[in-house]
Design a protein around this ligand. Structure first.
Ligand SMILES: Cc1cc2nc3c(=O)[nH]c(=O)nc-3n(C[C@H](O)[C@H](O)[C@H](O)COP(=O)(O)OP(=O)(O)OC[C@H]3O[C@@H](n4cnc5c(N)ncnc54)[C@H](O)[C@@H]3O)c2cc1C
Length: 140
């Protein structure tokens, strides 16, 4: 899958979701010619929109997608993880931002409930939000 996310300057940042290894993978696209041929075959309509495709493809990093599951989310009632830092989800589920907003709602409720007492808020938050933010199982 090839996606293009808009930038503030009017350009787009394209991301190709593709296996690292295997018959159809990044590992096989190891020359500019192979990369260009791949895009010509699979995504022909983007070629005219990406005049620096060959260089962009090799100059930019190849990263991993991941789902983060961790606990605890707080330390010593002084520091706490919320949002993706606590529970990043691979983008295909379209849930990460929603879970982050849900964290804010839960946290706000607990701040009111415990009247800004962080030694009560933090343990309560990581328990309730950890349950609501658990992503669907995914296998890598
Ligand atoms: C391609 C893609 C598509 C997605 N589509 C969806 C979707 O359709 N629906 C949905 O709900 N979610 C979607 N998500 C997920 C969503 O974007 C994230 O879950 C959400 O942005 C997480 O928000 P956050 O504030 O927790 O973290 P982030 O948005 O990552 O914010 C963290 C901020 O901290 C800054 N930062 C990092 N380190 C430091 C440091 N040391 N000092 C100071 N600042 C620092 C970063 O620059 C960043 O601005 C998508 C994600 C991706 C990548």
């Amino acid at each position: 899958m090839l996606i293009a996310l808009p930038n503030m300057d009017g350009s787009f940042t394209c991301t190709l979701f593709f296996p690292f290894k295997g018959e159809h993978s990044f590992e096989k696209l190891d020359t500019k010619e192979k990369a260009t041929n791949f895009f010509k075959e699979i995504f022909p309509d983007v070629i005219p929109l990406m005049p620096t495709l060959e260089n962009d493809f090799f100059d930019n990093p190849t990263g991993s997608l991941m789902t983060v599951r961790c606990f605890p989310w707080s330390w010593n009632n002084q520091l706490m993880l919320i949002g993706d830092a606590a529970h990043a989800i691979v983008p295909f589920y379209g849930q990460g931002m929603n879970c982050g907003f849900e964290d804010c709602v839960e946290l706000n409720d607990l701040i009111n409930k415990f009247d800004h007492n962080w030694s009560e808020i933090m343990p309560a938050f990581e328990k309730v939000a950890n349950l609501t933010a658990m992503p669907l199982p995914i296998w890598h």
